[in-house]
Design a protein around this ligand. Sequence first.
Ligand SMILES: [Mn+2]
Length: 330
Amino acid sequence: MSEMTPEAAALEVATRIRNGSNFLITSHRNPDGDAIGSALALQGIIRKLGKTATVIVRDDFGKPLHRIPGADGVLIADALPADYPDAYDALFTMECPEHERTGFPVLPGPVINIDHHLGNTLYGEVNFLDLDAPSVGEMVLQMNRHLGVEIDADIATAMYVSLATDTGFFRYSNTTMRAFEGAQEMIRAGADPAAVSLWINESLPLSSIKLLGLCLNTLKMFDDGRIATLELTNSFLSDAQASKEDAEGVVNYGRMIDGVLVSAMFKEVEGGTRISMRAKPGVDVQKIAASFGGGGHKAAAGCFIPKPIEGARETLIPMIEDAVKGVTPS
Ligand SMILES: [Mn+2]
């Protein structure tokens, strides 16, 4: 479990792909655009080499992501195939700072960890970690330089979904020159930005808009308007006839408010509260999440607190107040 430069690790990943024939690809629970996009992009590349790759995730994902070519072939299962690990040359964990995030017992096994999150625990046989990468799908594009597979429109689309969603459609601080260079390559290979934006941003299920309304009604402001909180209780899910995936992105609404530095969403779950946080530049919410055993990156992180929503908020607010102390919105 050594730490390698991203360049050396990318070459190692490519070598493992070239030398193997049968692969599994997974990602984190409640997969988002980068999870599914990067997994499908990698699957497409491996298949173009005439090899076998299966994408398997623990939870279903939003309808918009099902529009990525190949998404309907993703296995959604409670367990890994019974022939894991023996029958596989590698299992790729896409975008998982800890192996537990997969929701599967992936270790012991030939795990290749591909991620861009600060705090990744380097649990793989190969750890391809690139903190400067705008998305994990973009890391797949970089890794492919060693394989030389021609990126087709389907692969490019999966990569573009990963890049566009993880950068908030080219708005967040990871919207670097590298992000645009990656986008350029993907678009040249056939990704259609307008179509992807329509699927992701303007094809939301009605239930998700109803759920958003219920969550927005719980908006509370703290620390002179520098912290916003939102809540999601189980009754909201039933009232809006919504699924967990419909809550994806609700936390961002708190951050849209002028003067807010951190938005935190408190979600009622079994045994306590699951918290997602979003921060404006200058604030590090990953540190807060890590103190509860959670993870993420500076601008977006999550954790679990074994208390009901109210108790979790009382615990967390002082810590966020500390984190935003002295920071001025830029
Ligand atoms: Mn990501």
